[in-house]
Design a protein around this ligand. Structure first.
Ligand SMILES: NC(=O)c1ccc[n+]([C@@H]2O[C@H](COP(=O)([O-])OP(=O)(O)OC[C@H]3O[C@@H](n4cnc5c(N)ncnc54)[C@H](O)[C@@H]3O)[C@@H](O)[C@H]2O)c1
Ligand SMILES: O=P(O)(O)OC[C@@H](O)[C@@H](O)[C@H](O)[C@H](O)CO
Length: 384
C-alpha cells in the first residue's frame, strides 16, 4: 500500500508516518525542506523514540521523499496512491490542494480506484476545507466522479511532538500517548485501513474534546507561562498558579463538553487529568513559543480559546478562566513568530478592543469582551 504524506515535520514523522508504516504503507513524504528530502531519500528510514518512564525506539522503514517543486513526480505519486494525508498547518492546506489537484485529475481520468484524503491538522473540519479547495481546482465535469471516488474524512490526531533538537535530523522524540480518530461515515468501500486508529460516527465531539481540552489547556499554559518569562510547558506546569489556571480553564471547557456532547463527567475528568500529566512529562522539553505559535490562528473564532468561551457563555457556563487565557494570548509578543508580530502591531495601532471585535468576532457589548479587556489591562502591570 502506498501513502503520500504532505509535511515531514514533527507530527508528520513522529506520528502519521509512524502509524502508516506500522500499518504496512510505504510512505512518501512531500515536503519543503530540501536537506530533509535528501536525507530521507538516502536512508529510507528514521527512528521515533517515545520519551516516558521507558524509552522505546521504533524504526520507520520503506520511506521516500519528494520536494514540493518535483511537480511531475508528486502528480504521479498522488495518481497512484492508496491514501493521502497532510500535517502542514491548517494555513498551508490551500497550497496542498494545488499540489494534489493535478494528480487527482490524472487519477480520475484513468480509472475507478477510490482515494481517501485526510488533513491531520489541529482544526475543525480540516479535511472538508481541503476538499473545497481541491474541488475548486478540478474541472467541473469531474466533480460527479470525484464525489464517488474521493473521500475527505475529518480526523483528530493527538500526540505531543515538540520541536526537535537531535543530533540526527530525521529522528523524532515524542510522548508515549497517541490517538487518531477518523470520521467513520465518510469512509468509502475499499478504505485501506490504519492500524490503531479509532473510528467515530460523528467526529465533532472528538475534535472538540481534543481541541477544547488538550489545545485549550496547552495554549493557556503557554500564554500564561510566556507572561511570566518561562521557556517550557514543563516549567509552566510546575508553577502552582499556572497549573491551577489550566485546571480551572479545563473545568470550564469540561462543563461545555459534557453539556454539549453528553460526555460522561467522570470520563471527561479522567481525560483532563491525563492531559495535565502529559503536559507535565519531564522526559520532554516543549517550548512555550511552539505551543503558543500563530496566536492569530489560535485567537480566531473557530479555534481553541474563543470558540469554547463563546459556546460556554451561551450555555451560562462560567468563562472567567477562558477569558483570562484569551487576555494572556493578546500579550504574546514573541517577535520571531510572524503572527505575534502582526498581532502586536495591530494592538499598537488599533488597540486590543479592535482585535477582540474584528478578529475574534466578540462585539463590544458582549460581556466576554469586557472581561477579556479587564484582564488584559490588569496583566499589563501584574504579568500574571
Ligand atoms: N506537533 C504536535 O504536537 C502536533 C500534534 C497534533 C497535531 N499537530 C498539527 O499538525 C500540523 C503540523 O504540525 P507540526 O508540529 O508537525 O509542524 P512542523 O512545522 O514541525 O511541520 C510542518 C511541516 O510541513 C511542511 N509544509 C508546510 N507547507 C507545506 C506544503 N504546502 N507542502 C508540503 N509540506 C509543507 C513544513 O515545511 C514543515 O516541515 C499542524 O496543523 C499542527 O497543529 C501538531
Ligand atoms: O499545533 P498547534 O499550533 O495548533 O498547537 C500547539 C500544540 O498545542 C499542539 O501542537 C499539541 O502539541 C498537539 O495538538 C497535541 O496533540
Amino acid at each position: 500500500m502506498k501513502a503520500v504524506h504532505f509535511g515531514a515535520g514533527n507530527i508528520g514523522r513522529g506520528f502519521i508516518g509512524m502509524m502508516l508504516s506500522k500499518s504496512g504503507y510505504e510512505v512518501c513524504f512531500v515536503t519543503r525542506n530540501r536537506k530533509q528530502v535528501a536525507a530521507l531519500r538516502q536512508r529510507q528510514s528514521y527512528v521515533v523514540t517515545t520519551a516516558g518512564d521507558i524509552r522505546e525506539h521504533f524504526e520507520v522503514k520503506h520511506v521516500s521523499a519528494l520536494h514540493i517543486d518535483d511537480l511531475d513526480e508528486v502528480k504521479a505519486r498522488v495518481a497512484d496512491a492508496d491514501l493521502i494525508t497532510t500535517a502542514v498547518g491548517a494555513a498551508s492546506l490551500r497550497n496542498v490542494a494545488a499540489q494534489i489537484a493535478p494528480g487527482i485529475e490524472l487519477r480520475l481520468q484513468r480509472g475507478t480506484k477510490p482515494l481517501h484524503i485526510m488533513a491531520c491538522e489541529n482544526a475543525i473540519k480540516a479535511s472538508t476545507q481541503l476538499k473545497k479547495w481541491v474541488y475548486s481546482l478540478l474541472p467541473s465535469e469531474l466533480h460527479d466522479l470525484a464525489d464517488r471516488l474521493l473521500a475527505f474524512p475529518n480526523t483528530a490526531v493527538d500526540r505531543i511532538v515538540p520541536v526537535q533538537r537531535n543530533a540526527d535530523p530525521l529522528s523524532v522524540v515524542v510522548e508515549p500517548f497517541s490517538e487518531w480518530v477518523i470520521h467513520k461515515d465518510a469512509l468509502l468501500e475499499g478504505f485501506p485501513g490504519i492500524q490503531g486508529a479509532k473510528f467515530a460516527n460523528s467526529l465533532e465531539p472528538y475534535i472538540e474534546r481534543k481541541l477544547f481540552t488538550v489545545n485549550t489547556g496547552h495554549s493557556s499554559a503557554a500564554y500564561r507561562g510566556y507572561l511570566k518569562g518561562l521557556s517550557t510547558i514543563q516549567e509552566a506546569m510546575q508553577n502552582r498558579q499556572i497549573r491551577s489556571h489550566v485546571e480551572q480553564t479545563l473545568a470550564e471547557t469540561s462543563k461545555l463538553l459534557v453539556d454539549k456532547h453528553g460526555f460522561d463527567a467522570n470520563e471527561q475528568q479522567r481525560y483532563v487529568n491525563q492531559t495535565i500529566r502529559r503536559f507535565s512529562n519531564s522526559a520532554l522539553t516543549d517550548s512555550i513559543t511552539r505551543v503558543g505559535r500563530s496566536p492569530l490562528r489560535k485567537l480566531s473564532t473557530s479555534e481553541r480559546l474563543v470558540r469554547p468561551a463563546m459556546q460556554a457563555y451561551d450555555r451560562a457556563i462560567p468563562t472567567k478562566h477562558l477569558a483570562s487565557s484569551i487576555a494572556s494570548a493578546l500579550h504574546f509578543d514573541y517577535m520571531a513568530d510572524p503572527e505575534a508580530e502582526i498581532l502586536q502591531l495591530a494592538i499598537g495601532q488599533k488597540g486590543a478592543k479592535h482585535i477582540i471585535r474584528k478578529h475574534m468576532g466578540i462585539p463590544e457589548e458582549h460581556a466576554l469582551h469586557a472581561e477579556i479587556i479587564e484582564q488584559y489591562n490588569r496583566m499589563l502591570t501584574t504579568r500574571d
